[in-house]
Design a protein around this ligand. Structure first.
Ligand code: CA
Length: 137
């Protein structure tokens, strides 16, 4: 009975190791920062942020088609003038353009215009192919 239990535990651990090895490199982490605006223009404290990203430049027109970063919803805006930070996870793609933009809401539901659009270019993570024909002449 104990042997079976050990085998099951072993399989669970092995499964977890394989799962971690497969899933760990699928994301990259980027820390975004910006200066908080306020409830009324640049004074007071806003109610929430809406942060989106896309692989194409973000405009007011295509804003709703861009991918919403849910983590930003739980970020409590700080008082106007404070530096905000948010670490976000992105799909791990080599040398890809990620455009970010955000909008600010107040308690009454008033929304700011689109922020500046920030372009983050992910790193080159693809190695050269190994040489396969090394030989003497
Ligand atoms: Ca307001």
């Amino acid at each position: 009975m104990n042997k079976i239990l050990l085998i099951i535990l072993g399989l669970i651990v092995l499964g977890f190791i394989i799962y971690s090895a497969v899933t760990a490199p699928s994301e990259q982490v980027v820390t975004l920062t910006w200066t908080a605006t306020g409830d009324d223009m640049n004074s007071g404290t806003a109610d929430k942020y809406e942060l989106r990203y896309s692989d194409f430049p973000i405009t007011e027109m295509n804003w709703t088609t861009c991918t919403k970063i849910m983590k930003a919803d739980s970020l409590e805006p700080s008082v106007a003038g404070t530096q905000e930070f948010l670490t976000v996870s992105l799909p791990l793609e080599s040398e890809t353009n990620y455009y970010f933009a955000l909008k600010v809401y107040d308690e009454a539901g008033n929304v700011s215009a689109l922020s500046n659009v920030y372009l983050y270019k992910s790193k080159d993570i693809v190695s050269p192919a190994p040489v396969t024909d090394l030989r003497s002449q």
